[in-house]
Write a protein that binds this ligand. Structure first.
Ligand code: ASP
Length: 324
C-alpha cells in the first residue's frame, strides 16, 4: 500500500517537555523540544507514512489563546486543502487539548483525518507515552475513513471524538475519556478499530466558520455563595455568558434576577452544568436562556462564540446547540 502523506503541526505541551530527572513526572517544563526532535525520536513513523513537520508554536497548552486558535484553524485548513497531504496530526498539550480539538472540529472543513495527540509524561521520563501516542496518531491519520468522524484525539491507544472527549485525570496516562458517550474505538495493529460514530455536525458537515476575532464570552461557575455582583462584574463587556449551573443548569435566584436585565440588553446566556453527566434542556423557569445540551462549559463557550459570530438570535443559537 502506498504510504500516506501526513503533515504534523507541533504546538508544544508535555510531549515536547523536558525534566532534569527521568523520574520527575510533574516538575518539568512543557514545550521545549522541537518538532524535528519529536519526529527523530520515533524512526518507526517512516514505516507507516511520509511525514512532514512544522513547528506551529511551542507552548504549555495552559497558554493557548483564542488568537492562536484562529491562526491554527487557518493553518490546518490550508494544509488540509493541499493535494499532497492525506492527513494531519497536531501535537498539543493535554490541558486544553479537548478545547482546541473541538474548536477545529467546528471550524476546519475537511473530510481528511485531523488527529490531536500529546502525552502525559515528558519526553525525558521513564516510560514516556509521547512516542507511541505520536506513532498511533500518524497511523490513525493515515486511515482515510477516519476523517468521516471529525477531529479526533488519539491518546493511550484510544480514539476519541472532539465533541465528547474530556481530560479526566491530572497526571495519569489514561486521562482522556468520552465520559458520557464512550470512545469511538481503539488503535490496534497500526490502525483504528472503530465501534461508534458521532452524530453531531462537525468538520465537513459544519456550517460554522472561524471569524476574524471571537466574540467575548465568559464562564461563570455556580456555587453556594456566588453573588449577583460577581456575575455582573464578569458579564461586563461580554456578549455571552456560560453558566456552569447547579443540577440541571440552575443558579441562585439572586443571580438569575441580575441576569435578566442584562439579557434584555442583548447578553446571551447559556446554561450548562457542573454535574459530571447528563444534559441541560429547556425549562420555563429559565425562559430566554440557551441550553448547552451535554456540552461541558468550556466547549459550550466555544460553540457560543462561533454561534454569536453568525447570529445574535437566541432561537437560532439554540438550534446550533441542538445540532453541534
Ligand atoms: N501542561 C501541559 C500542557 O498542557 C500538560 C500536558 O501536555 O500534558 O501543555
Amino acid at each position: 500500500m502506498e504510504k500516506k502523506k501526513i503533515y504534523v503541526l507541533a504546538c508544544g505541551g508535555t510531549i515536547a517537555g523536558r525534566a532534569a530527572l527521568a523520574d520527575d513526572l510533574t516538575g518539568y517544563a512543557a514545550g521545549q523540544t522541537s518538532i524535528d526532535e519529536l519526529l527523530e525520536a520515533v524512526p518507526q513513523l517512516a514505516d507507516y507514512a511520509d511525514v512532514q513537520g512544522e513547528q506551529f508554536c511551542n507552548i504549555d497548552s495552559s497558554d493557548m489563546t483564542e488568537a492562536l486558535w484562529l491562526s491554527l484553524a487557518n493553518r490546518v485548513q490550508e494544509v488540509a486543502d493541499r493535494e499532497d497531504v492525506d492527513g494531519i496530526v497536531i501535537t498539543h498539550g493535554t490541558d486544553t487539548m479537548e478545547e482546541t480539538a473541538y474548536f477545529l472540529d467546528l471550524t476546519v472543513h475537511t473530510i481528511k483525518p485531523v488527529v490531536l495527540t500529546g502525552s502525559m509524561r515528558p519526553a525525558t521520563a521513564i516510560s514516556a507515552d509521547g512516542p507511541l501516542n505520536l506513532l498511533e496518531a500518524v497511523q490513525a491519520a493515515s486511515w482515510p475513513d477516519l476523517g468521516k468522524y471529525g477531529v479526533v484525539i488519539v491518546m493511550n491507544s484510544t480514539v476519541h471524538s472532539a465533541r465528547f472527549v474530556e481530560k479526566t485525570d491530572t497526571t495519569h496516562a489514561d486521562t482522556f475519556k468520552g465520559r458520557q458517550m464512550g470512545c469511538l474505538g481503539y488503535m490496534q495493529d497500526g490502525r483504528p478499530r472503530l465501534y461508534q460514530q458521532p452524530l453531531r455536525k462537525h468538520t465537513w458537515s459544519s456550517d460554522l466558520a472561524a471569524p476574524k476575532e471571537l466574540p467575548a464570552v465568559a464562564i461563570v461557575y455556580a456555587y453556594v455563595g456566588l453573588t449577583a455582583d460577581d456575575v455582573r462584574r464578569l458579564a461586563q463587556g461580554k456578549v455571552g455568558l456560560v453558566i456552569t449551573g447547579l443540577g440541571h443548569g440552575k443558579m441562585p435566584e439572586s443571580v438569575w434576577h441580575a441576569l435578566q436585565p442584562l439579557m434584555e440588553q442583548g447578553l446571551v446566556v447559556v446554561r450548562a452544568a457542573r454535574a459530571l453527566g447528563g444534559m441541560v434542556t429547556q425549562v420555563p423557569a429559565y425562559d430566554g436562556t440557551v441550553t448547552a445540551d451535554s456540552l461541558t462549559p468550556q466547549k459550550a463557550k466555544i460553540l457560543l462564540q462561533l454561534a454569536l459570530a453568525h447570529t445574535t438570535d437566541r432561537e437560532k443559537i439554540q438550534a446550533i446547540f441542538d445540532a453541534y
